[in-house]
Write a protein that binds this ligand. Structure first.
Ligand code: KIV
Ligand code: ZN
Length: 387
């Protein structure tokens, strides 16, 4: 039996915290609608108390979307919670996301208080949020570096107060996959009342481990992954939505599924990149410009013979039209013949040998040989065809 993993998208909140990524309300709604079509389960639309603009955006998303849960962030502070509840009023399924730091570092040096006070504030926040909505997610900030026993005490207390989802953020992206997985397992096995809530992963990418940590989380008992399109977010970013979704899809043996329409992954990646003004790195998994591009002769020959020789994902599945055979100085004859055929030229072996030498000369001077260059290179053959 497969277990359904809830996809919690925080592109509009954690993602939007990136300097220079601020979206206006119209753009936020556009992205929110695309996320709904993509099939995410939860949209974290913003942090309503942070600014009037964010309040308006969360309100508009709540009033407009009908399918996903709409979530608003707050600190464990009454006014934050009240404002979040107000912004979420129009939502069919509202969720308040509240929480507080739980690591020794945050308790001592950020909040300058005691563990007992944290416990008290966490419970008070959840109880207060519960007076507005049923669905309360509690985040234990910096859980990645927190003591597991204390974390379990906090979670037990907030479940009693009514929390429905327990978020375990690796706020600083510090954990190794086995450490994060063990933490989730410990909580799953030791928190009394855990059956009344679900555990959620929220991993940052400071060491490039966010995707691996999120997967370690679900294999150890978490049932929700928090992530963003293109992995954008504070510092090195968050877990990338497209990556976790495709890991789950490509590895059916893990026994998980999501509700994501994967064909929409590429279009939404372009939309978010464009509206936020953040280019996607070309080698980004799933959605980078080179994710389905082949440039070395050995790989090209293999892909032309059978795509699966060098691709584990069919590009159509993620909304990319086709794989690309890029012509560079590393390309071989198979690639030239393939690209020439696409331009309408079926080359004989002799013709191919003839143009290959010319091609290499051009390719050594250029980074990439385009269709126009290739037409030029093919001119002796073209003339022969015309005659
Ligand atoms: O990284 C983090 O700890 C967060 C919380 C506010 C959920 O983004
Ligand atoms: Zn975060």
């Amino acid at each position: 039996m497969t277990s359904r993993i809830q996809i919690f998208d925080t592109t509009l909140r954690d993602g939007e915290q990136v300097p220079g990524c601020k979206l206006n309300t119209k753009q936020k709604i556009e992205v929110a609608k695309a996320l709904e079509e993509l099939g995410v389960d939860v949209i974290e639309a913003g942090f309503p108390v942070s600014s009037p603009g964010d309040f308006e955006a969360v309100k508009l998303v709540s009033d407009t979307l009908r399918l996903p849960i709409v979530c608003g962030l707050s600190r464990a502070v009454q006014n934050d919670i009240k404002v979040a509840a107000e912004a979420l009023k129009g939502a069919v399924r509202p969720r308040i996301h509240t929480g507080i730091g739980v690591s020794e570092m945050h308790i001592k040096y950020k909040l300058r208080t005691t563990p007992e006070d944290i416990l008290f504030r966490a419970v008070e926040a959840v109880k207060y949020a519960k007076t507005f909505v049923e669905d309360i997610e509690f985040y234990a900030e910096d859980a990645g570096r927190a003591d597991n026993e204390f974390l379990a005490r906090v979670f037990e207390a907030v479940i009693k107060a009514g929390a429905t989802v327990l978020n375990v953020p690796d706020t600083t992206g510090y954990c190794l996959p086995n450490q994060y997985g063990d933490k989730i397992k410990y909580l799953y096995e030791n928190v009394r009342g855990i059956e009344k809530a679900i555990l959620s992963t929220h991993c940052h990418n400071d060491l490039g481990l966010a995707t691996a940590n999120s997967i370690a989380g679900i294999t150890n008992g978490a049932r929700q992954i928090e992530c963003t399109i293109n992995g954008i977010g504070e510092r090195a970013g968050n877990t990338s939505l497209e990556e976790v979704v495709m890991v789950i899809r490509q590895h059916a043996e893990l026994g998980f599924e999501t509700g994501i329409n994967t064909k929409k992954l590429n279009p939404i990646s372009h939309l978010v990149s464009d509206r936020m003004g953040v280019p996607v790195q070309p080698n980004k998994a799933i959605v980078g410009a080179n994710a389905f591009a082949h440039s070395s002769g050995i790989h090209q020959d293999g892909v032309i013979k059978k795509r699966e020789n060098y691709e584990i994902i069919n590009p159509l599945e993620v909304g990319v039209d086709h794989s690309k055979i890029v012509l560079t100085a590393r390309s071989g004859r198979a690639a030239i013949a393939y690209r020439a055929k696409n331009l309408g030229f079926e080359l004989t072996k002799i013709e191919l040998d003839e143009v290959y030498g010319v091609f290499l000369n051009v390719a050594d001077k250029k980074k990439e040989v385009g269709d126009e260059d290739l037409m030029e290179i093919l001119s002796p053959v073209r003339e022969a065809v015309v005659v």
